[in-house]
Design a binder for this molecule. Structure first.
Ligand code: B1M
Length: 215
């Protein structure tokens, strides 16, 4: 198989052996982030489709996720970084009940590499933990990620909690994850949240939003 196809297959098949060598070869001609966005994420998309249609079982999805994580870890040192620092702080979390963190961790990398201070709380974070961290770190923005349809409801509850605690004006919120739609965030949630709430389709939109909200 050609290199690009081979890398994509590694994600789909969860095949780690030889991963680093293939990535190093790809790095000779392509940027690290392009490899992630244009090749590896394509592989994850196929995994999602196979799983969704019952053609792939959960343990294999987990293996694919692990290869994806290993690939991103290998590529991270090659990603471009700005010299800027201290542009602002975001508390980032996958919401309560949700374990998906590959996308959130990509957002962490992109924002950190572009001068933001990222407090990454991890997965399954209740709103109380998110708010505690936001206060402790004097966050400028709260970022929530979630991939389950259930998580879109939890995000709504979290925004309501911020309203109730009178914190909405203090914290603009960025939401991302595959189960969300732009309309749900920018219309439905926008209507209920008393602060700013924005939708990020991918990590780069997350970065643009940070620049717009803080800059
Ligand atoms: Co799960 N899973 N999964 N899974 N999984 C999905 C989400 C699903 C759509 C698969 C499917 O059915 N086709 C489906 C959800 C269905 C639904 O809710 N209606 C699903 C399911 C059902 C489940 C379980 C319930 C399965 C089960 O146990 N029976 C279970 C849930 C456990 C739980 O959360 N409580 C489960 C478990 C898992 C694994 C553990 C095996 C693994 C996750 C491993 C991990 O993350 N550490 C896994 C995986 C890998 C997937 C799919 C296949 C791939 C997700 C992924 O990593 N994509 C996924 C299929 C899909 O998404 N279509 C699926 C790559 C990643 C880079 O994309 O996270 O979307 P994503 O991030 C993007 C953007 O969304 C955005 O930026 C990124 C790109 O730049 N973004 C942000 C994300 N967060 C952002 C935050 C921002 C800004 C941008 O600012 C704050």
């Amino acid at each position: 198989l050609p290199l690009e196809e081979r890398l994509k297959r590694r994600i789909i098949d969860g095949e780690r052996n030889g991963l680093e060598a293939d990535l190093d070869e790809a790095l000779e001609t392509r940027k690290a982030l392009d490899i992630v966005n244009d090749t590896l994420l394509d592989g994850m998309k196929v995994v999602g489709e196979l799983f969704g249609s019952g053609q792939m079982q959960l343990p294999f999805v987990l293996q694919s996720a692990e290869v994806m994580k290993a690939a991103v870890a290998h590529l991270e040192p090659y990603m471009e970084k700005t010299d800027e620092a201290g542009k602002g702080t975001i508390v980032l979390a996958t919401v309560r009940g949700d374990v998906h963190d590959i996308g959130k961790n990509l957002v962490d990398i992109i924002l950190s590499n572009n001068g933001y201070n990222v407090v990454n709380l991890g997965i399954k974070q209740p709103v109380s933990a998110i708010l505690e961290a936001a206060e402790e770190h004097r966050a400028d923005v709260i970022g929530m990620s979630g991939l389950l349809v259930k998580s879109t409801v939890i995000m709504k509850e979290n925004l309501e909690e911020l309203n109730q605690r009178g914190l909405a004006a203090d914290y603009p919120v960025i939401l991302g994850g595959a189960a969300l739609t732009r309309a749900y965030v920018e219309q439905d949630l926008h209507e209920i949240y008393q602060g700013e709430v924005r939708y990020a389709r991918d990590a780069f939109e997350g970065l643009r939003l940070m620049d717009a909200l803080i800059g």
